[in-house]
Write a protein that binds this ligand. Structure first.
Ligand code: PLP
Length: 468
């Protein structure tokens, strides 16, 4: 593509993005389509001859956009709602343009040093110890995989050579994200050696339960090696008692990895930091996903560890063609993980952190948390709804005071309007609606509208059920 053509279509694409972001609320949040609808409209094989950018962009608008679930919609409240933002998008374009591979310092000095500097800034915003080492992976699942691998290395340094699992046992709560169990599967620890400790009435890991499980395993000749508490669980956003878990980890020489993929961002707000991060400084590692609740586009997951040498020992394997001169300031990030090639992901975080600054980002997070409290209070005051879990962050778990089937149908009706998108979970055996706030475009009036919609649908729905 020559510079003239690139400039022409570049302007066109930027215009489209600017309009789209300004108007994301005008699209149906969920597309009106069935599985396979888009695939059926696309040719079964790639073109032999060049196609024009006009034709490609036209298909993007006519075929791809109508098949999108609009995560940018201000009424997107499913899963953990997140945000793409102007500075992040521009940085992504520049990242693709310079196209460096940050495997070695030498292969990408700017990417390597910016990753160190930006993660140093974020470490300060989160109030973490200065000495902690940071690295960017793509997702929290991969960050946690590296944590469990480092834990395994600490427990049994011979394991990378010898293989096997040596009776290692991992502990987490019954509400931990599935990525922790997947890490155990991937690393050969095995599902049978993952103890999912029961939770208390507020969905937090039960500490006496953890202690007894660890002691029982030691008595049985097994080796507890890793414990993973969560700050902001996926179902309810509950916060495990990290300080008490740390105590047990320290007594038994276990690696403690904190999964704060979603909740960790809230530690950017100074007055919440101590509440949310109590005990986190005692962890061996921590994951926080800026692509969840720090206004940075997919994908970027930040991993911190106070034991970078153990992480490096677990993974370092340098082929001759990649050997470079040793220099204490030249980090080769490829030594700290599975992957060799690495995108320049720090660029978008650097843009976002600089563009908004600490106060503005903390202010937006503070708003989301406050709106969640206000909305939870409105829901609680409604005679036909109940809030069924604490709301420490910006996720509300609630239900219509009826059967599971009625709640399932209510959720389907909300989502079928295209005006809001919520997801669900199951708590204490009951079907529960989840409403997550995390999108930069969402306002308090948006949330009021969604709450009105839910109430209207509930009235229509109960009166139609009464008639039948
Ligand atoms: N940990 C928690 C607490 C999560 O809620 C999620 C996803 O929502 C993950 C980990 C996995 O995140 P990722 O999609 O970045 O792998």
């Amino acid at each position: 593509m020559d510079p003239t053509e690139f400039r022409r279509y570049g302007y066109e694409v930027i215009d489209w993005i600017a309009d789209y972001l300004a108007d994301a609320g005008s699209y149906p949040v969920l597309p009106d389509m069935q599985p396979g609808d888009l695939a059926d409209k696309l040719p079964p094989s790639a073109p032999d001859q060049p196609e024009s950018m006009d034709a490609i962009l036209d298909d993007f608008r006519k075929l791809i956009v109508p098949a999108l679930t609009h995560w940018n919609h201000p009424h997107f409240h499913a899963y953990f709602s997140n945000s793409s933002t102007g500075p992040g998008i521009l940085a992504e374009a520049l990242c693709a343009a310079v196209n460096v591979n940050g495997m070695l310092w030498k292969s990408a000095p700017a990417a390597t040093e910016l990753e160190q500097v930006t993660l140093g800034w974020l470490r300060q915003w989160l109030g973490l110890p200065e000495s902690w080492f940071g690295i960017i992976y793509d997702t929290a699942s991969i960050s946690s995989l590296h944590a469990v691998a480092a834990a395994r290395e600490m427990a049994d340094p011979e394991i990378r050579r010898r293989g096997g699992t040596a009776g290692l046992v991992l502990y987490t709560s019954g509400h931990a994200h599935s990525s922790i169990e997947k890490a155990a599967i991937t690393l050969g620890i095995g599902q049978d050696n993952v103890r999912k400790i029961a939770v208390d009435a507020q969905f937090r890991m039960n500490v006496p339960g953890l202690r007894s499980a660890v002691e029982a395993d030691i008595a049985a000749g097994l080796k507890p090696f890793c414990v993973v508490p969560t700050v902001g669980t996926t179902s309810t956003s509950s916060i495990d008692p990290v300080a008490a878990v740390a105590q047990i980890a320290e007594t038994h020489g276990m690696w403690m990895h904190v999964d704060a993929a979603y909740g960790g961002s809230a530690a950017v707000v100074p007055e919440y930091r101590e509440i949310f991060f109590d005990g986190v400084n005692r962890a061996h590692s921590l994951v926080v996903n800026p692509h969840k609740w720090l206004f940075t586009p997919m994908d970027i997951s930040v991993f911190y560890t106070r034991e970078p040498e153990i992480l490096r020992r677990a993974f370092s394997l340098v082929a001759e063609y990649l050997k470079t001169a040793e220099d204490t300031r030249a980090v080769n990030y490829m030594d700290y993980g599975v992957q060799l090639g690495r995108r320049f992901r720090s660029l978008k975080l650097w843009f976002v952190m600089r563009y908004y600054g600490h106060q503005k980002i903390a202010g937006m997070l503070r708003d989301h948390i406050e709106w969640a409290q206000n909305l939870a209070a409105l829901i609680r005051s409604h005679p036909q709804f109940e809030v069924v879990a604490p709301t420490p962050f910006s996720l509300i778990c609630f239900r219509y005071k009826g059967s599971d089937q009625q709640n399932r149908e209510l959720l389907e009706e909300i989502n079928a309007t295209g005006r809001a998108f919520l997801s669900h979970t199951v708590l204490n055996g009951q079907f529960v609606l989840r409403l997550a706030i995390g999108n930069i475009a969402t306002t308090w009036p948006d949330l009021r509208q969604t709450w009105e919609l839910i109430q209207q649908l509930m009235i229509q729905f109960t009166s139609s059920h009464d008639r039948t």
